[in-house]
Design a protein around this ligand. Structure first.
Ligand code: SF4
Ligand code: SF4
Length: 338
């Protein structure tokens, strides 16, 4: 891993350098207590000192709703949307979200390559930034509080400088092309990084034991806790929509009144919605709210591609309108609390 130092006084120049790689998208304060990723034109618009955005940055790779293609039956023509090769710099992404996108990349780029995801990732630069956990973060428990891959550069705040880890060849070339902005680290910088890491790791206030969690979930299949939480659940699906690792989607064809032209649309979908389990013939294999809630927690508490299917970002708890606490459920499943 190559390491460099970026003085904070060079941040404006760094931002301007990033603009040469594409439209910069970064966290912006949306309200007093919420941030969102959006395109920014100047460094004064972004806020790198944030905890979490409501919607994770995955929205730039799999869009909440997008036209996959339009069609004309008569002419036997399919037209793909023109915008998928737009260059983008995703600046200020936290380690949990990078780790979440690493799983999405495996699903959408390796198993059955999805050209939309592939093109967007190929044309993007991801710049991570370190963060301080709040009382809902538990990414240390899921082992996703530190990103080892899936970024070009990662900025660690060490006071009046950033220690910059280089995570890809593209990142290496960025540093090479803008070498005037970077310096080699000195011993004091490395010591400051170690101290910052110690402080970050000691700031976590909640913890979940992940080992054997899947077995605990299996053993809790008939536990009355599912019905208790389902009683409170509104079935709104927000917990899925804010989750950086959720990747269920629905595909629908919209046919115009001419019965000849139309479009195929892909949109995020939620396993907490009643018709998620509805199949041909009208059978619903998860008809009750209790079954849907149990399914979601089981899905999140298990491994996918040898990685936990939850990155511990805390979003599903923070943004649940019914105050259902994901960690509390897992702690009950493990018998840590009653
Ligand atoms: S966000 Fe909360 S209320 Fe909405 S479906 Fe998820 S658990 Fe239920
Ligand atoms: S399950 Fe909840 S805490 Fe885990 S990654 Fe998804 S939104 Fe974050």
């Amino acid at each position: 891993m190559l390491i460099n130092i970026l003085e904070k006084e060079n941040l404006v120049e760094f931002f301007e350098a990033m603009q040469s790689y594409g439209e910069v998208v970064a966290p912006v304060r949306a309200t007093d207590n919420a941030h969102r990723f959006q395109p920014v034109k100047g460094i004064d618009e972004l806020d790198l000192d944030y905890t979490r955005t409501m919607i994770p940055p995955k929205k730039y790779f799999i869009q909440p709703k997008e036209t996959l293609f339009t069609f004309n039956k008569e002419k036997e023509k399919y037209l793909e949307p023109p915008s998928i090769d737009k260059s983008m710099v995703l600046l200020g992404v936290h380690a949990c979200d990078i780790n979440a996108m690493n799983l999405l990349a495996r699903v959408f780029m390796e198993e059955l390559p999805d050209k939309y995801y592939l093109e967007r990732r190929k044309n993007s630069v991801i710049v991570g930034v370190s963060c301080t956990p709040d009382e809902k973060c538990f990414c240390k428990s899921t082992g996703t509080d530190y990103a080892q891959e899936g970024f070009e550069l990662f900025l660690h705040d060490i006071g009046d400088k950033y220690l910059v880890r280089v995570g890809s060849l593209k990142g290496h070339n960025i540093v090479k092309d803008h070498s005037e902005l970077f310096a080699a680290p000195e011993k004091g910088d490395l010591d400051a990084f170690k101290e910052a890491e110690k402080t970050r790791l000691s700031s976590f206030t909640i913890e979940i034991e992940m080992s054997g969690l899947q077995d605990h979930l299996d053993m809790s299949y008939d536990d009355p806790l599912w019905a208790e939480y389902a009683e409170k659940c509104l079935g709104c699906g927000s917990c899925n929509l804010v989750c950086p690792r959720c990747r269920c989607y629905d595909v629908q064809d919209y046919i115009n009144l001419d019965m000849n032209t139309g479009e195929r649309v892909r949109m995020w979908y939620s396993c907490m919605l009643k018709d998620h389990g509805l199949v041909a013939g009208g059978h619903n294999f998860r008809p009750t709210s209790m079954e849907r809630l149990r399914n979601r927690i089981n899905c999140k508490g298990s491994l996918r591609e040898e990685m936990p299917n939850c990155v511990g970002c805390g979003r599903c708890t923070v943004f649940c309108p019914a105050d259902i606490d994901f960690v509390e459920i897992l702690q009950k499943v493990r018998g840590d609390i009653k």
